[in-house]
Design a protein around this ligand. Structure first.
Ligand code: Y39
Ligand code: FE
Ligand code: FE
Ligand code: FE
Length: 230
């Protein structure tokens, strides 16, 4: 009911909506572009999974094209410069880890943190999206689960050897996600997306992922709230 009420209040053609959309749409486009590049890099780090990772990178490229179409449909120009700055923290940490051959850190950043952030955002966006963007986003989010699954399966299979690096990478990168979320709270709200719902959905996705990999409930509590200061 609450969703229906909010949805009817959204004016997708208003200047307020389009201004907020120019940043959120750019974040998603830039995020998909970086995800595309990150899976190519992961393919070099994990030659035995290269073919699968190239497939994931191609999906990310299609997602990018889909979201570009969503912006065009609303006659919005995405603010890509804003989005590059938005992702710079995670981007830099991924590049450093890749250069050092730290595949566990790269998987945590892209396949766990960024995918969970994407799944949460897309799930919360779908009920409040315009018809065109809703159909695109529904198709995209299904594929994001398969990207998350890749990371879960690999990290579960290598859990004992990865545990310490996962703890470290989580401590370095999760606080960045909460900062990113704070930066978009106001714009997300204009699109009908509540911060509390985004945080809740992220914690559910990320907690489930950590559980599937092999962390205990106690570890999950500690890891998933790290750096969350509201
Ligand atoms: O794996 C992927 O496709 C993820 C890169 C895409 C990033 C999506 C980032 C979503 C954050 C949006 C925040 C809006 C409140
Ligand atoms: Fe994607
Ligand atoms: Fe995505
Ligand atoms: Fe993805």
């Amino acid at each position: 009911m609450q969703q229906l009420v909010e949805q009817t209040e959204l004016d997708y053609q208003s200047e307020t909506y389009k201004d907020a959309y120019s940043r959120i749409n750019a974040i998603v486009i830039e995020g998909e572009q970086e995800a595309h590049e990150n899976y190519i890099t992961l393919g070099d780090l994990l030659p035995e999974s290269k073919d699968e990772l190239i497939q994931l990178s191609k999906m990310e490229n299609r997602h990018k094209k889909g979201f570009e179409a969503c912006g065009r449909n609303l006659k919005v120009t995405p603010d890509i410069q804003f989005a590059k700055e938005f992702f710079s923290g995670l981007h830099e940490n991924f590049q450093i880890a890749a250069k050092e051959g730290k595949v566990v850190t790269c998987l945590l950043i892209q396949s766990l943190i960024i995918e969970c952030f994407a799944i949460a955002a897309y799930n919360i966006y779908i009920p409040v999206a315009d018809d065109f963007a809703r159909k695109i986003t529904e198709g995209v989010v299904k594929e994001e689960y398969s990207h998350l699954n890749f990371g879960e399966v690999w990290l579960q299979a290598n859990f004992e050897a990865s545990k310490a690096e996962l703890e470290d990478a989580n401590r370095q990168n999760l606080p960045i996600v909460w900062q990113m979320l704070n930066q978009v709270t106001d714009d997300a709200k204009i699109l009908g997306m509540e911060k509390d719902a985004l945080v809740e959905d992220f914690m559910i996705q990320y907690g489930e992922a950590l559980s599937n990999i092999g962390f205990t409930t106690r570890d999950i509590m500690r890891l998933s709230a790290y750096g969350l200061a509201t």
